[in-house]
Ligand binder design. Structure first.
Ligand SMILES: [Zn+2]
Length: 220
């Protein structure tokens, strides 16, 4: 991290700081509050139209050419309005991103997460749903589905069923239920993800992106 300035600060403790954040771009800080803070700080910059566009230089590309150490994995919708790198104001090599409509999990998505965790050392996974998700809305509406769209509906349907009798907005309730369902799917996927999550060595949580104000909120 060449932009970092390393300074010796009292009592012989070395502290690195730089234009990016305290979280290491080399991937050592891949779990816990530091990762979440880095993401939320980026989202605050994005929502406030104060982007810093970190790690998007030619130098960064060169640094990464022989290997990647992303600090978080994001599972988000394929929706063109929800690109994690932009809405968290991150750059090359920062986020391991999996995007399928409705931020659903299938075997390939789970395998991708397993790769991120097992080979790249990622210890923080965010399942990111979003306001007015078309895939969730289509599931609520039901009816005929052309082509392969039925596979999306089938994946989301249990969440729609879970949210059915809740008060409030049916679509937003289903979006939140879908995120919660996928969080559980990831956490309980044996052997790699489940084992680490049970030991407390892997953070898996849900969040919701607001299309109107650009803010990401961590879901309970
Ligand atoms: Zn969507």
């Amino acid at each position: 991290m060449k932009r970092a300035i390393t300074a010796l600060v009292g009592l012989g403790v070395w502290v690195s700081f730089g234009a990016d954040t305290m979280a290491s771009t080399e991937g050592s800080a891949t779990s816990g509050n530091g990762v979440q803070q880095r993401l939320m700080d980026g989202n605050t910059r994005y929502a406030g139209a104060c982007l810093s566009h970190p790690n998007q230089t030619e130098q960064r590309r060169t640094e990464l050419a022989q290997g990647q150490h992303p600090f978080a994995a994001i599972v988000s919708c394929a929706d063109s309005r929800v690109p994690p790198e932009i809405l968290f104001d991150q750059g090359l090599g920062d986020l391991f991103v999996i995007r399928l409509a409705g931020n659903i999990m299938d075997d390939a998505a789970l395998a991708s997460l397993e790769y991120a965790v097992d080979h790249l050392g990622v210890r923080y996974i965010m399942i990111l749903g979003h306001e007015r998700c078309g895939a969730v809305e289509a599931t609520i509406q039901g009816g005929e589905t052309p082509g392969h769209i039925g596979s999306l509906i089938k994946a989301i349907q249990p969440a729609v069923d879970n949210a059915k009798n809740q008060p409030g907005d049916p679509l937003d309730n289903a979006v939140r239920a879908n995120v919660a369902m996928v969080v559980q799917q990831v956490k309980s996927s044996p052997p790699i993800l489940e084992e680490l999550a049970k030991k407390g060595d892997l953070t898996v949580l849900g969040a919701r992106y607001d299309l109107d104000d650009g803010r990401v909120t961590i879901l309970p």
